[in-house]
Design a protein around this ligand. Structure first.
Ligand SMILES: [Ca+2]
Length: 107
């Protein structure tokens, strides 16, 4: 009995030479493509997260340095602000560390 893919199967795109047979090699290549695409999307998301964290931290500091916030309110929020800024920097540093680490792993 010959094996067949179902009609409009999501694996039909794995048949890269279009001969109607999805070989193990084609399947592996397809799996690798999917993995690379997912890694690319993940890297994009992490990069956006790092940018947002960095921007939010900078904007927060700029706002704190303007007279919009009065000193008494800033004192009551200082505990929260410390934690907030350290956490944001943690995200940025984590991203930079992970990027540097994955680059050394690629070599
Ligand atoms: Ca094929």
């Amino acid at each position: 009995m010959t094996k067949k893919l179902q009609a409009d199967s999501k694996y039909s795109m794995a048949d890269s030479d279009g001969d109607g047979i999805v070989t193990d090699k084609e399947m592996d290549r397809h799996a690798m493509w999917v993995r690379l695409e997912n890694e690319d999307k993940q890297a994009d998301t992490q990069r956006i997260m790092a940018w947002v964290s960095m921007s939010v931290s900078i904007i927060t500091v700029i706002i704190l340095l303007t007279p919009i916030i009065d000193i008494s309110r800033m004192e009551s929020a200082s505990g929260f602000l410390n934690t907030f800024l350290v956490a944001q920097m943690g995200v940025v540093l984590g991203f930079m560390g992970a990027t540097a680490f994955s680059k050394t792993k690629m070599k």
